[in-house]
Ligand binder design. Structure first.
Ligand code: CO
Ligand code: ZN
Length: 333
C-alpha cells in the first residue's frame, strides 16, 4: 500500500493533465477488471461485472491535483502565475514546484511591507532562467507546475503532496485488486477536473447511469492544535460523509455504509464539513438524480505539499469499499 500511494502521489498530474497518472493506473488495474476505457474528457472508466446486473455501483476517485499556471514570462525569465484549483499563496511560498518536462522552480514573492499583503499577483516562479527567451525554452503561457515533494513515511503516517486524491485512487486500485465477488456491476472511475469543480465525474456518471454513486476522496481533520472544529480525526478510521457544501449524502446510502462498517468491524467516523466538495456533489445531480455518498479518507493539511494520512484509515477505506461492492445494493427509495 505504501508503494502504491507513493507512486501515485509523486506522479505529475495537475487538473487537465492527468494522462500520466491515468496510464499508471490503467496498467495497475488491467488484470483485475473486465473492461477499461478512457472517455472524451479523460476519465478512466473500468468495469467489472457483478453476479447480478440489476444494479450498477459507480465509485469515483479523482486523478487531478492542484497546481500553478503560468500567465506571464518577464524579460528576466521570472514567471507570474495563477492558481489552478484551491491552492493558496501561503502554502505556495517557499516551495519547489515541477513542470511536466521536469523543469523545477522556486516560488517566491516581491518584497512586502506586511506579509498579510501576500497574494498571487505579488508572487513569481524562478526556474533559474536569465531571460525571457531562456525561460520560453522550458515553459509557455499556460504551463502548469505542481508541488515537487516525495512521500515521507514515519510509522503509520505518510506525508506528501497530492494525497488529495491519489490516496483515494490508491484505495480504489487496491479495492479492485482485492475484490473477489462483486454483487452489482462495478464502475471504477478515475476522474479528471475535480479540483476546479468536480467537472469530470458528471459526464462519466451520465454514461454509466449508476444506481448509486460513491466518491472516494479526502476530508480535512479537526485534530490539530487550535484547529478547525471538525469532527474527523486522523487515525480514527474511514469517514462516512454526512455533508459538505456540494452534497447531502443520501440517507439510505449513509445508513448502508454505516451498517456495512459496523457489521465488518471497520473503524469509522462521520464527516460533517461546511465547505468543500467531491465528485459525489456532481454525480448526484446527473440524469434524474443518483443517490450518492462518499467514503472519505482523513487528511491533515489538505491542499499543501505536506498532506498527511494514516495507513490504518487508508486500510479501513479499502475494507469499506470492498464491503460495499461485495454486498447487494439496498432499496434506496
Ligand atoms: Co482537493
Ligand atoms: Zn479531492
Amino acid at each position: 500500500m505504501i508503494d502504491l500511494i507513493t507512486t501515485l502521489a509523486e506522479a505529475y498530474g495537475p487538473v487537465g493533465q492527468e494522462s500520466g497518472v491515468r496510464q499508471t493506473i490503467e496498467q495497475l488495474i488491467k488484470p483485475y477488471v473486465d473492461e477499461i476505457r478512457t472517455d472524451p474528457l479523460g476519465n478512466l472508466i473500468a468495469y467489472k461485472s457483478g453476479s447480478s446486473s440489476e444494479n450498477r455501483i459507480m465509485l469515483s476517485a479523482h486523478m487531478d491535483e492542484i497546481g500553478l499556471m503560468v500567465t506571464h514570462i518577464d524579460e528576466n525569465g521570472f514567471l507570474r502565475f495563477q492558481p489552478l484549483g484551491g491552492v493558496g499563496p501561503w502554502t505556495s511560498l517557499g516551495q519547489r514546484v515541477r513542470f511536466a518536462d521536469g523543469t523545477v522552480g522556486a516560488v517566491s514573492s516581491e518584497k512586502l511591507k506586511d506579509i498579510k499583503e501576500l497574494e498571487f499577483d505579488k508572487m513569481f516562479i524562478d526556474i533559474g532562467a536569465t531571460s525571457a527567451g531562456e525561460a520560453q525554452q522550458k515553459v509557455r503561457i499556460g504551463s502548469v507546475a505542481c508541488f515537487d515533494r516525495t512521500v515521507a513515511v514515519q510509522g503509520k503516517r505518510l506525508s506528501g503532496k497530492a494525497l488529495d486524491d491519489r490516496v483515494g485512487c490508491a484505495v480504489l486500485v487496491e479495492a479492485l485488486r482485492r475484490l473477489e465477488a462483486p454483487v452489482s456491476d462495478v464502475y471504477a472511475v478515475f476522474s479528471v477536473h475535480e479540483e476546479v469543480g468536480a467537472r469530470g465525474a458528471g459526464p462519466a456518471a451520465y454514461s454509466i447511469d449508476p444506481t448509486v454513486g460513491i466518491a472516494i476522496d479526502v476530508t480535512p481533520t479537526g485534530d490539530t492544535p487550535e484547529g478547525e472544529k471538525l469532527p474527523v480525526k486522523l487515525g480514527e478510521g474511514v469517514a462516512i460523509k454526512v455533508k459538505d457544501s456540494s452534497l447531502l449524502t443520501h440517507p439510505k446510502v449513509k445508513e448502508h455504509l454505516a451498517e456495512l462498517a459496523e457489521k465488518a468491524g471497520i473503524k469509522h467516523q462521520y464527516e460533517v464539513l461546511g465547505y468543500g466538495g467531491t465528485d459525489a456533489g456532481t454525480i448526484h445531480t446527473i440524469r434524474a438524480g443518483i443517490p450518492s455518498g462518499a467514503i472519505s479518507i482523513p487528511v491533515r493539511y489538505v491542499h499543501t505539499p505536506v498532506e498527511m494520512v494514516d495507513l490504518d484509515d487508508v486500510e479501513a477505506a479499502v475494507e469499506l469499499t470492498c464491503a460495499l461492492l461485495e454486498s447487494p445494493v439496498p432499496d434506496l427509495a
